[in-house]
Design a binder for this molecule. Structure first.
Ligand SMILES: [Zn+2]
Length: 157
């Protein structure tokens, strides 16, 4: 499956991953927003997080407790694997299971500091129908750009 993603969102995840590695030598995790129309169009504010062993705990209680923050389409979870491969770990799979208890679907993205990523979508409920097992699909992220200045520059030159 292909999912569109703003190049700004893509860049930001890699930049967070690089700074987390620089400052702490650890992974980092956060959330993002998805809509049918704009794909993955923005990241949620970076949640406070603590590192437990190899994985970070970033369940966004801080964000979900903020009644002024719209989480209705906050269905993207991302995290970094620092310098390792981008395949989901046992903890990552467990996280997806837990998230599907409270969300109809989850888009999961793993990045690393080498510029690699992997992404998948897991759907437990669609059009009000709940499945016994989540439907799972690998996702190819297709970047899109929205910088009007560069668009104009290309047109002009
Ligand atoms: Zn992981």
């Amino acid at each position: 499956m292909k999912i569109a993603i703003s190049n700004k969102v893509m860049d930001k995840m890699f930049e967070y991953a690089a700074w987390a590695n620089h400052h702490f030598g650890t992974e980092i995790a956060g959330w993002g927003h998805f809509s049918e129309e704009n794909g993955i169009y923005k990241l949620a504010p970076l949640p406070k997080q603590t590192v437990k062993g190899a994985e970070v705990d970033s369940f966004p209680t801080e964000i979900t407790n903020d009644v002024n923050y719209d989480i209705s389409d906050m269905t993207v979870q991302w995290h970094s694997h620092v310098e390792m491969g981008v395949n989901p770990s046992y903890t990552d799979k467990q996280f997806i299971k837990d998230a599907l208890e409270i969300m109809p679907y989850l888009i999961s993205i793993i990045v690393n500091v080498k510029g690699e990523y992997s992404a998948e979508i897991n759907i437990i409920e669609s059009s009000g129908v709940r499945f016994d097992e989540p439907l799972s699909s690998k996702v190819e992220l297709v970047k899109y750009y929205s910088n009007q200045k560069i668009s104009d520059e290309v047109k002009q030159q």
